[in-house]
Design a protein around this ligand. Sequence first.
Ligand code: SAM
Length: 275
Amino acid sequence: MTSDAEAYLKDFHQRRVGTTRRAFATYAARSAQAEYLSSYHALAERVPNDAMPRTIVDLACGDGPLLEILNDRGNSATKLIGIDISNGELAAARAVLSPNVRLINERAQALSLETGSADYVLSHMALMLMDDIEQVMGEIHRVLRKGGKFVAIVGRAFLLGEVGEVFLNVFRPIGKAHLAQIRFGDSRTRSEDGWRELLQHGFSDITFEDIDVDWLPTPEQLWQSMLETYDTDRMPEAGREQFKRELLTAVTPMQREDGKLKTGWALRLVHASAE
Ligand SMILES: C[S@@+](CC[C@H](N)C(=O)[O-])C[C@H]1O[C@@H](n2cnc3c(N)ncnc32)[C@H](O)[C@@H]1O
């Protein structure tokens, strides 16, 4: 049975196709170890860029930014497969991706891919939203060949720095008053210890990388981006208006001389090998 969370995600992504790409595709990302053109590139770089035959699955691919990066490498022996439950996102992906990229509309909890058929299962900003995460991890393990790699980017926190703190102070009481409770995902996807637990059976070589995405929005750009988040989208009009007013009032004095706010997105890369 489809949960409230999954039904909402389908509806949101039908109305707001490409929202995740808009938040992440054009912003540089960095960690203590490396710098990346974007957080999608941080995943792509985990896959060797060579002529070896490989099957790569992008789980919850959205409108396909990661598949596009991998396909643009031009390695014709690489087989790319994107999976998602959103018709709208998959249609947008189909419109930009080469016909060689296979796109499948199905749930990560019940994949039709053959056992042991994938060398890599990648996923960008999706696993922390999913119901039945143990079943999803079981499916990832099943489709990976022995020694195949699981590499995912999930949220680590929300907005970085002082802007993030101010945001939470404004958001919490308004969210509490105005938001219907929907439980998105499993809390274990929000911590390293949680991931170690989820990966304890059938995976080894578990590593993490904290990745920060640079973002310097104006207060208005910050607000426009908040409109594309699940929480703000679900607020009734009155709550959204109050949120806008209070958020803009709180962050406007934090602008730098160029009118921008220094913040970003705090992400976590999780890597493991299938046993
Ligand atoms: C935040 S978006 C990320 C999209 C894409 N990976 C990106 O980063 O641009 C989350 C995606 O997960 C998909 N999704 C959510 N639950 C899913 C599930 N159980 N199985 C497959 N896809 C799912 C949504 O339809 C949506 O496209």
